[in-house]
Every structure is written in structure tokens, then in C-alpha cells.
Ligand binder design. Structure first.
Ligand SMILES: Nc1ncnc2c1ncn2[C@@H]1O[C@H](COP(=O)(O)OP(=O)(O)OP(=O)(O)O)[C@@H](O)[C@H]1O
Ligand SMILES: [Mg+2]
Length: 447
């Protein structure tokens, strides 16, 4: 059977067109064969099975990866066993610590995605470890000994974006005094990490899409096309799907970038890891500062276990370095940054979450009331933001800089608490009764 032999040829790359053609050949073989020998039937069955596998792979790589990853969970492997299995498979963690099932799932997806060249989109709040995850993917792939180039798309002025990404020819614009390589060329054969991809202006998105499709770039001011072989990993703390629905992010680019999509959960949704992370960063800080690991008073430990961590793992790491630097043998809440410290008994934040009897309640007791915990950390967060906004006269960008938080995440928190930066601009306190009155107010941050 000539036709069957023809479709047994191994194809160099899977494509939809190729698959459809092979399915058609199978169908017509079945339809027009008056009689099939046992050997032909076996052959057809083998081909049908292999086609089905390829369709699965091609049509939904992400689901394919997730299904494969879900397998260990089905046999109910413990967290320790899942982490151990990764270690046994020589997985490189790049310092990623923790064994929360959601983090393990992300690591297992990274493990599957790393050896492929598929684009990966990592999202999650500020400080959840997106850049670290990008490095994990790079380190576990075949490009590990090639460059890992990180680009912060939100930090490049619009007029320099193209030159920064793709390079320029000498004289292409005022100030272009030499030929210059762009980030894509620098990342050739390696990985390019496009951080804060949600901040990329639409014009830049179009150009990026072209690179993804054609795997080639043009330096600004040059007609020559240069082939680039670069694996793309992008990260964002924004909801790209929503941005694309709002017309602020190209939908086609979103789908191209998110073939594999990894979402890192905020620390408050993996609180079970906080004790481990406290110990881990305490030891790390001790090593860096060449001291014995700091011990924590029960009051500080309680506080750290129940705090909301708007800055996620970065914030916890910074706190452990800070208390390790400032405290002697034993650290207490006084060693926390002023704005992070628990509200003093009797203050508005404490009163809001304590009993209405007006009795001063110690921090330890307050933290032990499970219902009060969430309210207390929300109140502390709001008080912190109000104080910060007052200090910077309502300039969100400045506050974001001072507290080392991504601006869009800060805006999300302001929205959550109904705080409006303009209320802090001309006066030192928000107008009484005006707590988030103007619902349509888009916080414009740069004022
Ligand atoms: N699971 C983890 N284990 C150990 N360290 C971690 C983990 N996740 C994050 N970190 C550390 O926390 C800090 C912040 O991580 P990273 O820079 O990757 O966050 P990010 O999500 O990119 O933040 P941003 O959105 O603000 O850029 C880094 O010092 C990183 O090493
Ligand atoms: Mg980052």
C-alpha cells in the first residue's frame, strides 16, 4: 500500500496543515480499500494513535503540559515527595524555596516547558518570584549556558524602545553615534526575559509580534534582516487577558506569548510557606551578614505569620534581612519598619478589629483571634497606604518607589481600600466622608 508508506515518513515539524493532510490520507485509505490485510489494519491503527498524540500536542500544548503535571497529584504524592522527585530528576531550583502545592505545580510546569522553545508567560503580583521563575526555566533548558537577557519593558521610554530591543545603525537618529546591538541580538541562542510586558506600548507590541512570527529583526535605520534564535519568557503583574479585552494589549500577541501560562500565587494564598521562608531567609541573611541566625520573639513571629505581605516574598525577604541586621540575638516588632509595625493598642487600626469594649488588646491576643486577623491586616495595610500617600502628597509613583512596590500593584491596593490619590494632593488628610466617593476616578499616578 503505497499511500500508507507515504504517511509513515517522519515529518520534521508538526503543523496543522500536515496533520490534516495525513488524517485525510488515512480516511481515504479506509474508504477506498476494498479489503485490508491484518498488517495494514495494524499499521493504520498505529498511525491513528500517533496522529492523535500529535493533535493533542499541537492543539493545546498548555493543557497537555498541565495534564502531564497533574499526574503526580493523582497518585497523591506528598509535597515532600514531589519536591524530592524534582531533585532526583536533577531539576535546578535557582534558589526557589517552598513546597506549597501551587508553587510545586508551577515548578513542574517549568520543568516540562524548559526543554522546549515554547514562549512562557508568567504572571503574579509584585514580589511573587516571576523573574526567579524565568531564570528557573532558562536554567533547566538546553540554552542554560547561553545568555539570559532581562528587559524591563515598563522602564524604556517609548522613543528608545525599538532601538533598545532591536539595536540601531550609526546615524539612525540623533545620538546614535555607533552601530548598536539590541537585546534580541544579545539574547541570540539564549533566552530573553520581557519583564512588565503589560507596559509595552501598542507600537512595540506590533514589532514584537513580528519577531515572534518571523524570528528575525531589523536594526533601526537598517534594511538588513538579522535572524534571531531567542526563547521568549514574559512576565506581568497585570491581567493581560483583561487588558486585551480592553484593547490595551494585542490579543494575538497575548496568545502567542502565553502558550505556556504560569501564575504565581501571592504569599497570602500560600501562608503555609511563611514559617519555612522565615527560617530560609533568616539563615540566608545570617550567611550574608556573617552572624548567627536571628531569633524571633513570639510577638514578632506571630506578627510575621499573620501579616498580609502586599510585597509578597520580596517583602518577607527584606524584613528578615532588616531584622537580622538591626537586632542583636533576638528580634522583636520594634525592629520592623515603622510603617509595617502592628498598630498600637487603642489606635484606629487596632480598635477596628478588636472588641468594642475599648480594652487595650495585646498584639499577641489580637493575632490569636482568627476572625480578627484578616481585618487587622487589612486595616494595617490601609493605614500604611494612607500614611504613605500623605507623606508623598498623593504621588502614587513616588510612593511606589519609596516602598519598592510595582506601581500597578500599588494602584490595585489603593482601589481595594477605596483610597484616591487626589484626596491627598492638596491637603494633609482626606476630606471627611470622602472615602472613595468618585468610583470612576482612574487613579492617574504621575501627578
Ligand atoms: N519561592 C521563592 N524562594 C526563595 N526566594 C524567592 C522565592 N520567590 C521569590 N523569591 C525572592 O524574592 C525576591 C523577589 O522575586 P522576583 O524579583 O523574582 O519577583 P517578581 O515577581 O519579579 O517581582 P516584581 O513584579 O516586583 O518585579 C527575589 O529576591 C527572589 O529571589
Ligand atoms: Mg520582576
Amino acid at each position: 500500500m503505497k499511500i500508507l508508506d507515504q504517511i509513515e515518513e517522519p515529518s520534521p515539524a508538526i503543523s496543522y496543515a500536515g496533520l490534516i493532510e495525513r488524517i485525510e490520507i488515512l480516511r481515504s485509505t479506509l474508504r477506498w480499500s476494498s479489503r485490508l490485510e491484518r498488517a495494514d489494519i495494524d499499521k493504520l491503527l498505529r498511525q491513528a494513535t500517533s496522529l492523535r498524540d500529535e493533535v493533542m500536542q499541537l492543539s493545546h500544548k498548555e493543557r497537555f503540559v498541565q495534564a502531564a503535571v497533574a499526574e503526580p497529584a493523582r497518585v497523591d504524592q506528598s509535597r515532600g515527595a514531589r519536591r524530592k522527585a524534582l531533585i532526583e530528576r536533577s531539576f535546578i531550583f535557582e534558589g526557589t524555596f517552598g513546597d506549597n502545592p501551587r508553587l510545586l505545580e508551577s515548578l513542574e510546569i517549568a520543568e516540562k516547558a524548559a526543554p522546549t522553545d515554547l514562549p512562557v508567560l508568567i504572571d503574579g503580583e509584585s514580589g511573587t518570584g516571576k523573574e526567579l521563575m524565568a531564570k528557573v526555566i532558562h536554567a533547566n533548558g538546553s540554552r542554560a549556558d547561553k545568555p539570559f537577557i532581562s528587559v524591563n519593558c515598563g522602564a524604556i521610554p517609548d522613543n528608545l524602545l525599538e532601538s533598545e530591543l532591536f539595536g540601531h545603525r550609526k546615524g539612525a537618529f540623533t545620538g546614535a553615534s555607533n552601530d548598536r546591538k539590541g537585546k534580541f541580538e544579545s539574547a541570540h541562542t539564549g533566552t530573553i526575559f520581557l519583564d512588565e510586558i503589560g507596559e509595552l506600548p501598542l507600537a512595540g507590541q506590533v514589532k514584537l509580534l513580528r519577531v515572534l512570527e518571523a524570528h528575525e529583526i531589523q536594526r533601526v535605520g537598517s534594511d538588513e534582516t538579522i535572524a534571531v534564535d531567542t526563547r521568549i519568557v514574559a512576565a506581568t503583574n497585570r491581567n493581560l487577558r483583561q487588558l486585551s479585552e480592553e484593547g490595551k494589549f494585542r490579543e494575538d500577541l497575548f496568545y502567542r506569548l502565553s502558550v505556556i501560562h504560569v501564575t504565581l500565587p501571592p504569599l497570602r494564598e500560600r501562608r503555609d510557606e511563611i514559617p519555612l521562608l522565615i527560617a530560609w531567609f533568616g539563615d540566608e541573611a545570617a550567611g550574608t551578614l556573617k552572624r548567627r541566625p536571628v531569633r524571633l520573639t513570639p510577638r514578632l513571629r506571630d506578627f510575621l505569620l499573620n501579616y498580609a505581605y502586599p510585597g509578597n516574598i520580596r517583602e518577607l525577604r527584606n524584613v528578615m534581612y532588616r531584622v537580622s541586621c538591626l537586632a542583636g540575638d533576638m528580634a522583636d516588632v520594634d525592629h520592623l519598619p515603622v510603617d509595617m509595625r502592628p498598630a498600637a493598642p487603642g489606635s484606629a487600626a487596632a480598635a477596628g478589629s478588636a472588641s468594642s469594649g475599648g480594652e487595650p488588646i495585646s498584639v499577641a491576643n489580637l493575632m490569636s483571634l482568627s476572625d480578627a486577623k484578616r481585618a487587622a491586616s487589612d486595616d494595617a495595610e490601609k493605614a500604611f497606604l494612607e500614611r504613605g500617600l500623605r507623606e508623598v502628597s498623593g504621588t502614587v509613583a513616588e510612593l511606589a518607589r519609596r516602598i519598592d512596590m510595582n506601581r500597578s500593584h500599588l494602584q490595585m491596593l489603593l482601589k481595594k481600600h477605596g483610597l484616591h490619590s487626589k484626596d491627598f494632593r492638596n491637603r494633609n488628610v482626606p476630606p471627611p466622608g470622602n472615602n472613595g466617593a468618585d468610583e470612576n476616578d482612574e487613579e492617574d499616578d504621575d501627578s
